[in-house]
Design a protein around this ligand. Sequence first.
Ligand code: XUL
Ligand code: MN
Length: 345
Amino acid sequence: MAKKSHFRFCFGPWNISEGADPYGPTTRPAQSFDWKLSALKKLGFDAMMFHDDDAVPDIDSKSHSQVLKEARQLRRRLDDAGVVAEMVAPRLWFSPNTIDGAYTSNDRKCRQYAIDRSLQSIDIARELGTDILVLWLAREGTYLRESKSGLRSVELLVEAFDKMLAHDKKIRLAIEPKPNEPMDHAYVPTIGHVLAVASQTRDPKRTGALIESAHCILAGLDPADEIDFAMSFGKLWSVHLNDQNGLKYDQDKPFGSTNLRSAFNQVRVLMRNGYGRNGEFVCFDVHPFRTTKVEHWLAHLDNSRRTFLRLVEKVQTFDEKQAQRLIADRDYQALDQMVIEHLLG
Ligand code: XUL
Ligand code: MN
């Protein structure tokens, strides 16, 4: 019998998506925010993550005071539902101002837009009661390398992070690295890059990381190793667990869908390092397959959580003593088979 797990779970409104891809339109009608919030509760999740314009729709057409008023209204709806806001993330990849990047745009006015929008996101986070600002650096990179200077781009990123850290003494920046898509090459592709940039900011203690499984796989790296690396610096403040079938477009498959053993190892390192003990949430950045019918619309979220909890049991029942004996004997062939049979069993 599995011991009760301490983990708390989270997803974002965009994870109940409508099925559009670059080659075709939506396959499911859009659902209201209230429907998504009640779905989250029904599935037994505890928190929701927000882009700034998930929290306040049409954000660019509204005044700062109107944005904050709507954020406060959202906070009341979340409080009534007993749901926590896990993070806020400025969506810096949709606007005409972020076509050539946000903080690293070649246009000074566009860089200022990105910073203003990020500072406003911090104000929204404060209203929603979270101290985490997630920064997925979507367009901070290039389609062709000759168009920007990598060194200057790092300076611009550090300057932007410094302004955010100065804006609010409590906010923590959780940078979500990804090596490509939409860009050919991104400037902060891995956790190592995140921590290196964090060390240059005015407050490295408040600059850390969010790891997404699929993004690690796209970088050719093992998500469990990336988790271990970030946690060895005390820098893992959120995770986006999902799965990815090799070096393709970003797939955001259900957790464990492609590689169950990798998912087991991710859960194992999270447990071994005490993830969640300081209030961190397990977030799933997963999408339904385009083929999904409306009546099965939430299954990818429910299934990701089920798989995670089954793997918690698998970690708890893994024979660590036997594993240690095999390691001492350098019998990695037997260790390999032991893991396989444990997962099959
Ligand atoms: C993009 C991605 C985003 C971030 C939040 O690949 O993962 O959804 O998680 O902005
Ligand atoms: Mn993500």
